[in-house]
Write a protein that binds this ligand. Sequence first.
Ligand SMILES: Cc1cc2nc3c(=O)[nH]c(=O)nc-3n(C[C@H](O)[C@H](O)[C@H](O)COP(=O)(O)O)c2cc1C
Length: 443
Amino acid sequence: MILNSLSLCYHNKLILAPMVRVGTLPMRLLALDYGADIVYCEELIDLKMIQCKRVVNEVLSTVDFVAPDDRVVFRTCEREQNRVVFQMGTSDAERALAVARLVENDVAGIDVNMGCPKQYSTKGGMGAALLSDPDKIEKILSTLVKGTRRPVTCKIRILPSLEDTLSLVKRIERTGIAAIAVHGRKREERPQHPVSCEVIKAIADTLSIPVIANGGSHDHIQQYSDIEDFRQATAASSVMVARAAMWNPSIFLKEGLRPLEEVMQKYIRYAVQYDNHYTNTKYCLCQMLREQLESPQGRLLHAAQSSREIWRAYPAQITPKMCLLEWCRREKLAQPVYETVQRPLDRLFSSIVTVAEQKYQSTLWDKSKKLAEQAAAIVCLRSQGLPEGRLGEESPSLHKRKREAPDQDPGGPRAQELAQPGDLCKKPFVALGSGEESPLEGW
Ligand SMILES: Cc1cc2nc3c(=O)[nH]c(=O)nc-3n(C[C@H](O)[C@H](O)[C@H](O)COP(=O)(O)O)c2cc1C
């Protein structure tokens, strides 16, 4: 990946908060699509990260940080490289620096979690435990500021007294960090306790660095316009949203919330594209569904034991290309390669997909490159006797084309109509690798 020399700016930003299990790549990309400016990854523990190897994943076009047991601990991609902040859990300055150096070329910022009140964090001296050890905070942050080329931030909770809180944040600011995120609750407080906008405001009034206000979901933030109200109420530079984004990441969309069904389908597409583990996908979808978990679809999702079973609960948007990609991964084949050409005569498209050195192509020509690729994927799936997913709202013309095909198809009598999406067809259409003439000839 290309090194990023730009420094992330924390002023006037909408930020996806760090959330364990929720803040993996599909959610971060979806939040960016909907308008988030900066996205934090879930908290990753320094001891775990330090054992990871950086691996460029050519198949997915991602950079993976892989543990010795081959588990992907952190996956990122170029699309988020200038927007993703890596949050770590740490209680040791040298370890923190080693992790920062490991990831710094692939992320836009480094953050230290100083707010997690959970025992698994605090018993190792991490998270909110750091709040009672300002010397350690200072050591960790100043080591990071000196040692990494990325902006360093931290995320804190407030202390029992305002005076102590202000003196802590002033000390933190002197370490040279770029910004500070403040969750306006005390260590022992839970989401049902009101967030203290006044304390965040007092911090914002005191510091010169950007303050990122956090803690407003539910009580203050339920829709896009509430984010700005929360920013004003706290006089902060930026706002970081956790639960409201977990429930529906389109909270970042200026035009207002999108229907959950649509959001979930977009999430699933990213989950498939980036080979997200099905348990993580399921967890995130369940967080979005909330009270609808008891619906028939929700129950299907809850019971899902594989990516396929998740798709069964939400089948509408699983396209043939996604099906084919997933099948190739399962079969340990190289990912499908599409070559698309446009016919000058009528500007229609045709695509050839290569899978396991075989080429597949529909005899029908399409109005767009996207549809031509989907058609080629269907041919391949059918010739393998595989379910082919469904084409949703993005490709209605593939259905419409069934009526148009006779005029458009240069193959005349060879042309075959596509079966209804979801049908299973074992008969190959055209497998160019098996002796059929290639319509690409002559190009
Ligand atoms: C599921 C979940 C996971 C969380 N994981 C983290 C985490 O990894 N690191 C962190 O600093 N805070 C974490 N938090 C706390 C949030 O970042 C945020 O501070 C808190 O939810 C308050 O913000 P909100 O009112 O917008 O939800 C998590 C919260 C939730 C709901």
